[in-house]
Design a protein around this ligand. Sequence first.
Ligand code: ADP
Ligand code: F6P
Length: 470
Amino acid sequence: MSRLIVISNRVTQASEGKATGGLAVGVHDALHETGGVWLGWNGEVAAEDAPAPIATQQRGNITYATFPLTQRDYDRYYRGFSNAVLWPTFHYRADISRFRREDYEGYLNVNRDFARRLAPLLQPDDVIWVHDYHLMAFGRYCRELGITNRIGFFLHIPFPGPEVFRTIPTHRALAQALCAYDLVGFQTDVDEQAFTDYCVRCLDAVPGAQGLLAQGRRVRTGTYPIGIDPDAVTAMSRTNRSRQVVALKSGLADRKLIISVDRLDYSKGLIERFNAFEQLLEHGPGHRGAVSFVQIAPSSRSDVLGYREIRRELERTAGRINGRWGELAWTPLRYMNRSYERSVLMPLLRASQVGFVTPLRDGMNLVAKEYVAAQPPDDPGVLVLSEFAGAARELEGGALLVNPYDTEGMALALDRALRMPLAERASRYEVLMRRLRAHDLTHWRDTFLADLQSGTKASPQSAGEPAALV
Ligand code: ADP
Ligand code: F6P
């Protein structure tokens, strides 16, 4: 059997427990079953300016092969091009993208460096699975090194419409680089279509049954919505022995609870959500004193432009709402700027009558799925979900879909969720659980890997002529 080699920017080891981010949670759970190697950044910035060697660590059936980034690489590749250009643009925030040519060059250098680090570890039958926007050019460099193994790429975040993608000055080179992969996977058909449309329009690619003919080779595309392990989440949500969960429940008395859990990111629609909660209180006097809203949002990428601002704004808004509506015995909104162990988080989701998940744009959003799986079947809560989360494609019909730009609409949906009779909640829950089971994490991994392995293997010739990336 061939080995699975997973490559991602950040590698998070299982023992760290608090791993935030869909990629960390999804990849770890997926690798846990198959075993294999996980190669990438260990999250540290080296004191030395020279690239540090790989450190390997074996845990169960997973070999972690990690290394630190140099300060320069961190600034240009991670903080710069990945998170100040690709992240905002792919989330339709081209207005806050900050393109600098030296960051882009830094991005390419690190992609090349990842490929060089992988090359000596490879065995001929290894299957390589690359994750997310940090490594769009990695496959191209592997091909330049003569690596002919199957290489698949999965994008965890949205792929923007062609007109938005074109705002990145190096859009063409990036899309060409993606064509060096054998299979490029997306969260939704909308993302896949956007990529195909761009390639047809700007790279003169020709779509066909076997994928896109682009850059002298065939690249297949597919839609693979990432899932969760619903039974594992349900089981974890039941073990609510933790001090925090007990304290929260006793502090609530008979009040209902609305919960949101996100990385502190401007794409998650946190301010809009706070404002919707305020409207609920303003227009629904019955909810005052009867419902609390808990927002858990640990800081993320706090040294990247845009992230410090959102944190300050959130603190201001939370303060204002509590100042206006709070009472001695009731705090309407509790905003926690910290991370929790998943074993605490899942019981918290279970204890909440409404899961309020309203990103302005999101590749998938695993919290939405975790919220559903954490519910008690005999008294489930209601998921209020943004129509701009990838998860909405699957959860439509069970969740209450909202437009996160419509504050009033979100407040009305909260009101409806809080009043929903048990029979309706239960039937919506059943619909949702069926979908989560049909498209769980194993299904995501197995369908992607099966498609990757079923294609024709790349030969040095079919790897295409290395094109200039700058
Ligand atoms: P993203 O990948 O953009 O962060 P997702 O919702 O897809 O968004 O994935 C987030 C993952 O990280 C979920 O599995 C969630 O449980 C976890 N997570 C998010 N916030 C926290 C937190 N405060 N503490 C622990 N885990 C968190
Ligand atoms: O899932 C989206 C994602 O960007 C992952 O690629 C990433 O690991 C995670 O969010 C957390 O972000 P970061 O690694 O920048 O802290």
